[in-house]
Write a protein that binds this ligand. Sequence first.
Ligand code: CA2
Length: 152
Amino acid sequence: MSTPRRLLLVNGPNLNLLGTREPEIYGAQTLADVEALAAQTAATHGFEIDAIQSNHEGVLLDAIHAARGSCAGIVINPGGLTHTSVVLRDALAAVNLPVAEVHISNVHEREEFRRHSYVSDVAAVHVVGEGVQGYATAVERLIAVIAGQAEG
Ligand code: CA2
């Protein structure tokens, strides 16, 4: 079966607030801007984006499960769930799709508790501290991973 030319973009809790609070950390761009940037970047490689943001862990898990069979990979900013959620990590591992983990801020230069990610070791791509532009980097690098898989 051919690889679907579609990526799932997942934004976790509180990322719906982008552009409305804490611009000194997360910038002035909105979630809609993030989703448009990801879609434009993907389109230059002939990929489409399915985007979801939720403040509810189970909704995110359902979207990740549904990506199996319909998407070639997952770009995810898990928000605060990065540092707490074994179930999110298990869902990403279970669907067996390449994952790009993206963080707007540099999580390594903030509070100690942000340095550990439950998602990192199931992700093939890691982007931190590039601001919203990091989503474009994550899409580009994930598509390169998918292209490499298709060759091999
Ligand atoms: O830097 C990132 O992208 C984070 O994933 C953002 C999470 C934080 O818990 C992670 O440690 C790093 C927080 C998302 C909250 O997003 C907001 C956006 C605007 C205003 C308030 C919160």
